[in-house]
Design a protein. Structure first.
Lengths: 385, 167, 385, 167
């Protein structure tokens, strides 16, 4: 069932673990299996590995190691940021945007169902939040502003510095989901109070991530227990995972310029070529975008079928189509951008990784017109060229 | 997720495309997911004088399951009498495909509906009496279809084959 | 820093990953890295692997696969059971015991700090909860009873069936933390509504576990997001971890009789030999115990030093000494059993695993009198033989 | 966790055991963790007529850090005048060990206290005047020690060397 001959262009969903990362992890399953809380040498060895990884990440982000709280991934990190802030009291106001990942969105929904006030910021046609809107939305009882750094579906980058500065001015903690942005773009850590990261989007393993928590930021924990992570997140440390996250971070930051430049090249080329196809559009911002994500819509095409047809050609991509979603709703991101339902239905996200080659892009561009035509031929709707 | 049989029918669907000289067409859509299916039938009398569906084809704008169930319902319906075909349920379609994920059961409903709508259109056209259940089902489907037409107006204006609810 | 020549007798803290488990996991880091929510073949392959693992576990527990909710470990599973039950309303009553793991204990503490009522059941000198006490503690507003199956420090097994039957009678959901008991003793699943398990205690990887949730049990999720695990626990599935947990479960259940019999032999031998040393006692129940845990106290010995001295002899064990705890409190379990502070101070937990050999036990028994004497010689307190 | 230096001192502690012919002994304990340290000093005059701590040894019932700091404070104190030795702080002990985990700083306090208590006992015995800070510190320590004695009564009854607070 090996998949590595395939063209994998769904790196926003998850990435293959880098060989260097896996190699660094393996010993911690086998010989170096200690519990980082144990006193004996196996335990101390595990502790050292965890703290080295923490220090490495802190160094790259230019923050203090004690500000890194390891979690089981970004879903947990996002929940910790939102719920951990909100549950300190029994009510209050939170501000977030319409284009957040479900981990932020549904945390906010849950809090709203528990009597908290939630303001959802609108976005423009490119998916950008306006910093002025943030300023206007802040109230005396605002507990948190959470706006993602870069969107996972359309790639649009948010004006994080401007938003962070407003929050700083008004003394409101500012959280950003940087899952897709981490290791890809510069992050203004000086105005960020909390930041979520997930390893598996970064050629690290699934099931591990972290929340950066600026010193002094008040949180009630979500997972109670042995008091790990300075009491902010209990649970036996996932030592191999944490080691893997450290190495993945190191690689991402060291290779960043080179890799993102290549990604930008792919993105520009993709946009240029895909938009040559009939009845096609780009979703998201043409330039203010993460380098690895490009999102298109095809008229009179249903996205799930498109993905499955590309899969027949051994090409892995994704869609925001209603048919592909567990609740039959089209992508809330595309809807927030004002993409008409019919076009949201035919969306295609192409996302590149460190391992992506020009061949992969070429394979997609070769298959795409074929499968689009095939699906249009199958459809009762006929689209003019 | 999908069974191998669903994937097979999606990859190599049977009886796809518009039919020349069809007897009737059924047009259905699901307002929630937005998928649309047109199903063409050809009806002929058999030696015993019964109405037999001798051929079926379809045009579908929709998900993997919508395409696979289009393919499957066209296989199932072919050769059946009108009465037999009316009795085909979405359960039949789904189970012939080895089952569908719960969220995708409505796709098989779309396929069964499309067959029913084609039969409804045929009966109307032939001025036959309409069983009450069929009439009810049609009324419901027609309403949904009208809403979808609006959504896809852009596609259909450019094209030459306007979806217009059931003919 | 390889540790595998060491004598590792701290398997209640964590276990080495079984070679078969690691082997099964590796492909899911490398070639089979898909996101189980993705539509394409990489995604479907991952989904199949996750569901196969779920089915395997369900089969061994004789429950329905949809009743298994994968989590990041047992800390999260315990929190999900307690907080997920309690946070459905804004108040109510919970019953748990004084000898629970911190994950349950501190979840209950947190709920108490939020205005919930918590009853802590006392235990006898062996660490056993009385089922009658459970019956008496249940009130009309009781939302949950949580009593662990087998204790992680002293090994004592609880009367889970009796407790479960009372809960069933009174229609109160019953949760049990089975982290140490899973794969070791028979679990009366017919009277259990929720059950927590962690892979790394079972020769599986760290950072993955599950909560069994009986169909119909009402929970509000703790981690909100993409709606994974039927909406009960969001977050990208840790596919290699889940696969590892499945294989670890399979091994544990298949080998159970053979392995636990060997463990029982070790435990009996250990008890016999250690109690020959002067001023020593057994903590916990002599017979109603998990097979892999034996807990002793040594008079006028401080446990952290004992662990560190044994570590010099390349033997890994653990202690409930105050000095070894992050808050300088002696083990709440030993205190609940009524072990005097001075004796709790000198506790030693020996816990065996599937890989433990007679040699390991012999090495401990050889080193123990030496290091005990060495520490007593260093101490101002002189203990009579 | 612990530095290599802490582990080294724990594994091969310096000056451990009871001293023959000691000048004075300081007995301290921490009521929270339950650890106890006895520290023996030998005091002699040097050529300039100053009181010099010429030898130190200890008996400790406690954690790794308690033993390592016992060892370290005995190294630090040896050769110092009484005045110099009084000035030794737990920070000094901890930093000579390359630092201690925050939760373990109190173990180094125990070591510094033990040295102080031994000096206190010596000054009392020699009928010297007691600096006020030393007296205050002693009063506090003595109270804690009394409580600990109760806790460890079982151990000390069996033994022959009863801890009795500061002599
Ligand atoms: C009884 C018990 N419950 C819960 C846990 C916590 O599980 P995890 O290590 O997966 O966080 C442990 C082990 O740490 C345990 O022994
Ligand atoms: C922007 C964003 N936030 C959060 C998440 C959730 O992270 P995880 O997969 O670690 O649960 C993802 C990916 O799924 C993401 O893309
Ligand atoms: S998802 Fe609607 S027809 Fe398949
Ligand atoms: S823990 Fe108390 S002296 Fe070390």
């Amino acid at each position: 069932m090996a998949m590595n001959k395939n063209v994998y262009l769904d790196n926003s969903a998850t990435t293959p673990v880098a060989p260097e990362v896996l190699e660094a992890m393996i010993p911690f399953f086998q010989s170096r299996y200690g519990n980082a809380s144990s006193l004996h040498s196996e335990g101390r060895d595990a502790r050292r590995a965890v703290e080295e990884s923490r220090a490495l990440i802190a160094e790259h982000l230019k923050v203090h190691p004690s500000e890194i709280v390891f979690t089981s991934g970004a879903t947990e990190a996002d929940n910790l940021a939102l719920l951990g802030t909100a549950l300190r009291s029994t009510g209050g106001h939170l501000i977030t945007s319409r284009i957040e990942h479900d981990a932020v969105r549904h945390s906010a929904d849950w809090l709203a169902s528990r009597g908290y006030d939630v303001t959802l910021l609108e976005v423009d046609e490119f998916g950008r939040v306006s910093a002025d809107d943030v300023r206007e939305a802040i109230r005396p009882d605002t507990m948190l502003v959470s706006v993602m750094a870069g969107n996972n579906e359309v790639g649009t980058i948010q004006p994080i510095r401007a938003i962070g500065e407003i929050c700083r001015e008004r003394s409101v903690p500012f959280h950003t989901d940087a899952v897709q942005a981490y290791g890809k773009i510069e992050l203004p850590m000086d105005v960020i109070d909390m930041l979520s990261v997930s390893a598996h989007k970064l050629h690290g393993p699934k099931g591990v991530g972290f929340l950066y928590v600026r010193k002094g930021t008040k949180l009630t924990p979500l997972l109670h227990g042995g008091g790990h992570e300075h009491g902010r997140r209990s649970g036996t440390e996932n030592v191999p995972g944490i080691v893997g996250l450290g190495v993945a971070t190191q690689i991402a930051f060291e290779e960043r310029d080179r890799v993102t430049q290549r990604m930008e090249g792919f993105r520009e080329y993709l946009i240029q070529e895909v938009l040559k196809l009939p009845a096609t559009r780009l979703n998201g911002h043409p330039t203010e975008s993460l380098p690895h994500i490009a999102n298109f819509s095809f008229e009179a095409i249903e996205g799930e079928s498109l993905i499955m047809k590309l899969d027949e050609h051994h090409i892995a991509t994704s869609t925001g189509s209603a048919c592909s979603s567990p609740n039959l709703e089209p992508s809330h991101v595309l809807v927030a951008l004002g993409v008409p339902l019919s076009m949201a239905h035919g969306s295609l996200r192409v996302s590149t990784g460190r391992q992506t080659m020009q061949d992969d892009i070429d394979a997609l561009l070769k298959a795409l017109p074929i499968v689009v035509q095939e699906l249009r031929d199958m459809s009762p709707f006929k689209v003019g060229g | 997720m999908y069974t191998e049989k669903v994937i097979d029918h999606f990859r190599e669907p049977h009886n796809r495309g518009k039919m020349e000289n069809y007897s009737a067409v059924g047009k259905v859509g699901n307002i929630v997911c937005g998928d649309v299916m047109w199903l063409y039938i050809k009806v002929d009398k058999n030696d015993a004088g019964q109405d037999i569906i001798t051929d079926i084809s379809w045009e579908t704008f929709g998900c993997t399951a919508a395409i696979a169930t289009s393919s499957m319902v066209s296989d199932i319906g072919k050769g059946k009498t009108i009465e037999e075909a009316i009795a085909v349920t979405n359960q039949d379609v789904a189970s012939e495909l080895g089952g569908l994920p719960p969220i995708k059961m409505h796709c098989s409903a779309l396929a069964a509906d499309a067959l029913n709508e084609a039969i409804y259109a045929y009966l109307i056209q032939e001025k036959r009496s309409i069983p009450e259940a069929l009439q009810k089902r049609h009324d419901h489907i027609a309403k949904e279809m009208a809403q979808l037409e609006e959504r896809y107006a852009a596609f259909t204006e450019k094209g030459n084959s306007k979806p217009r609810g059931c003919e």
